[in-house]
Design a protein around this ligand. Structure first.
Ligand code: ADP
Ligand code: MG
Length: 326
């Protein structure tokens, strides 16, 4: 993208770096190193796979950074800065301006500046790769491996809405449902899919309280399963205690369960903590503006059992979440 490339970077992705940081414009960015550890995470978003070609570019800019900040949140890390890799089939200034607006708004909200990247022409479609850097003391980092028998299992916010919106947008929805009803459901759930809010403040507040944490990107059961595998334990989840939005609650019980338990793109935190710190966990939720629900407990028997209100195990379960190679 010779010629256009440098213009594009100057116009859309160059801002004064905060003092002490060398940002866009040199061969490397220089980010001062803080004591403790640097938390690093990267995510790749492909057109047609992770987002629709016609998605609102402002929402896309927001989400591309949000999913990365969510990984920092899940580790209890404080965001420091990020870099942006961008492959574009052509230069569309209006699209880029909107993309940058959505991305910078979230970056500013978390004091996480863009300090570099790479830009190239793609063979087909848009590809976005963001890498975020954050800081956390290694002994306070929220790992997946720390859950202990007897711990509570907690979830922030709701799951299910993003999955419902995705089903509606990709027409994987009962055609028997009238168009106005589908439109209504989409209006209520679309922001969960397109504007996820990473739980950074909650992750920070949970340091020293949570024994393990993960952000729900591929489905609650699958992601909780990663904690269980890493912690070598099992869990009992009380499905009726998983909160649901009015939209999800209005679906058939089967579909609602599927959205809640297996729906991806959620970016809420699922974490474990001993019952002795319940009050502090609830206070961390209030302090960080994240509604929290205690949805189950960690048990020694491996595996995940889902029980209903009466404590009876559910039979057939929508177990698997998202897997790119399945
Ligand atoms: P180099 O060829 O040395 O890798 P580039 O010409 O690719 O450098 O980029 C020039 C400068 O612009 C670098 O500082 C790089 O970090 C920055 N940059 C390139 N693309 C982006 C982008 N998409 N977002 C932010 N900064 C970018
Ligand atoms: Mg380069």
């Amino acid at each position: 993208m010779a010629g256009g490339e440098f213009d594009l970077i100057r116009k859309h992705f160059t801002r004064m770096a905060p003092s002490g940081i060398l940002g866009v414009g040199d061969d490397c960015a220089l980010l001062p190193t803080a004591p403790g550890a640097m938390a690093i995470s990267t995510d790749l978003l492909l057109e047609g796979r992770h987002f629709f070609p016609n998605v609102d570019p402002e929402a896309l800019g927001h989400k591309a950074l949000a999913v990365n900040l969510s990984d920092l949140a899940a580790m209890g890390a404080q965001p420091s800065a990020f870099v942006l890799g961008l492959a574009l089939p052509s230069i569309d200034d209006a699209w880029l301006a909107a993309f940058a607006r959505g991305m910078y708004a979230l970056a500013d909200a978390h004091a996480c500046p863009l300090i570099g990247g790479d830009t190239t022409r793609s063979v087909s479609g848009v590809m976005i790769s963001i890498t975020v850097f954050g800081t956390v003391a290694p002994e306070l980092a929220l790992r997946r491996s720390g859950a202990r028998v007897g711990d509570d299992v907690w979830l922030s916010g709701y799951t299910g809405d993003a999955d419902l919106a995705l089903r509606l947008l990709s027409n994987q929805f009962d055609p028997g449902i009238p168009a106005e009803r589908r439109q209504e459901l989409l209006m209520a759930t679309r922001s969960a899919l397109e504007w996820p809010q990473p739980r950074v403040a909650l992750g920070l507040a949970l340091r020293g309280l949570a024994t393990a944490a993960i952000d729900v990107s591929d489905g609650l059961l699958q992601d909780l399963g990663h904690i269980l595998a890493a912690s070598r334990c099992g869990a009992q989840v009380r499905v009726d205690e998983i909160p649901r939005s009015v939209s999800v609650a209005s679906l058939s019980p089967d579909l609602a369960r599927h959205c809640i338990l297996s729906g991806g793109d959620v970016y809420e935190l699922c974490f474990t903590a001993p019952p002795s710190v319940r009050q502090q966990v609830l206070a961390a939720g209030v302090q960080s503006g994240a509604p929290l629900s205690c949805i189950g407990s960690i048990v020694s028997e491996p595996g995940l059992s889902i029980v209903d209100r009466a404590g009876l195990p559910l039979g057939e379960l929508p177990r698997a979440g998202y897997d790119h190679f399945a």
